[in-house]
Design a protein around this ligand. Structure first.
Ligand code: KG4
Ligand code: ZN
Length: 351
């Protein structure tokens, strides 16, 4: 059995987890500790990097101790220390990376410097034992891309956003409508009681032959509608949220359909359609993607809610995947504020 500690500090979640994998390859999440900083950032309406870094410093050592304790293990029993070395807010990344390097040095265990996006991308293998290749929609507050996942470290980018990330669009919509931060869950909750057809919002890029996204126009259209009918009653906010979410769903499905068409050129037949990243928590997006996968005769896999947002288990798992392949790092591993997932880009252009 192999056991790895995973540390995540790239944004506003401090997380530590222990994941083991038995000789048959069956993974087990033995602990998964997440401390959200949402309360610290909420007053500013978004994540403040300096506050995030300090908050990580204050809690990370205790969180790691708790993750080891809850897993019933100790540093000495680990086979590796995995950490998200980027991409993300550099202050936070440094806190996690320096902590992991120190633990690696003291306990004499291999360091596994993991790409945060790769950890999201591989989560479906932790939760569902999925085989490669699969089509991934990776959508969070900072990223939106459609990727052919061919293997560990082997990703082809089929399309992505040319402006806002989907999570960012949800966050901006929420801010505009006075719903606070983070916006995704708040907009989804309000949308439940709203009429998605009251406002005619645009579906940017719909029908385009590339698998790219553009969301800033939708956000502007939402603002114009909101300003037009201000002051907003609760019903107005619900209808605006429902309209916004319905537009995003239509765009996501149209873009994913194009990416599915382009997938076979770079990776053959996919085993599944996978959603990952914080936005994968959205029920409407999940349901629509599941329907699209069904249409294409594919399985649909999205991590359980607790593993959609940032967490340590996905970092530990990505570390285990890399350890298995001998992809080990040393103390020179850099913190990378920018670190793209795709080694290759193959924009879809097929009709
Ligand atoms: O992956 P994640 O936890 O952190 C990043 O790496 O960004 O994703 C957070 C993002 C935020 O923008 C948040 O608003 C969005 O995911 N999000 C959602 C939902 N839950 C979280 N977006 C839409 N619907 C949701 N239910
Ligand atoms: Zn993330």
């Amino acid at each position: 059995m192999k056991t790895v500690l995973g540390i995540e500090t790239t944004c506003d979640e401090t997380a530590a987890a222990v994941v083991s994998v038995d000789p048959d390859g069956m993974p087990q999440i033995r602990s998964n500790e997440v401390l959200s900083q949402i309360a610290e950032h909420a007053v500013y309406g978004g994540v403040v990097p300096e506050i995030a870094a300090r908050a990580h410093v204050e809690v990370l050592d205790r969180l790691v101790a708790r993750a080891l304790e809850r897993a019933g293990t100790s540093l000495a029993d680990l086979d590796g220390i995995a950490v998200a070395a980027g991409p993300g807010l550099i202050g936070g990344v440094l806190v996690g990376l320096v902590t992991a390097k120190t633990l690696s040095l003291v306990a004499n265990k291999p360091l596994l410097a993991v790409n945060h996006l790769e950890a999201h991308a591989l989560t479906a293998r932790l939760t569902d034992g999925l085989d490669f290749p699969y089509l991934l929609l990776l959508a969070s507050g900072g990223h939106t891309q459609l990727v052919a996942v061919r293997g560990v470290g082997d990703y082809v980018r089929l399309g992505g956003t040319i402006d806002d990330a989907i999570g960012e669009a949800f966050d901006k919509a929420a801010k505009l409508l006075g719903l606070g931060y983070p916006g995704g869950p708040a907009v989804e909750r309000m949308a439940e009681d709203g009429d998605p057809e009251r406002f005619a919002l645009p579906r940017p890029m719909l029908g385009r032959r590339t698998a790219d996204f553009s969301l800033s126009g939708l956000k502007t259209a939402l603002r114009i509608e909101a300003e037009r009918i201000a002051p907003l009653a609760e019903r107005d906010v619900a209808d605006l949220c429902a309209g916004f979410q319905a537009a995003v769903v239509d765009v996501v499905i149209d873009r994913a359909r194009v990416a599915l068409r382009g997938f076979s050129d770079v990776a053959g037949r996919p085993t599944a359609l996978v959603a990952a990243g914080g936005v994968a928590a959205n029920g409407a997006i999940r349901r629509a993607l599941a329907a699209l996968a069904g249409e294409a005769g594919l399985a649909f896999v999205a991590p359980p809610l607790a593993l959609c947002g940032d967490n340590g288990a996905m970092i530990a798992w990505a570390g285990l995947e890399r350890l298995r392949l001998g992809l080990v790092d040393d103390l020179t591993a850099p913190a990378r504020p920018r670190w793209s997932l795709a080694v290759e880009s193959a924009p879809v252009t097929a009709a």
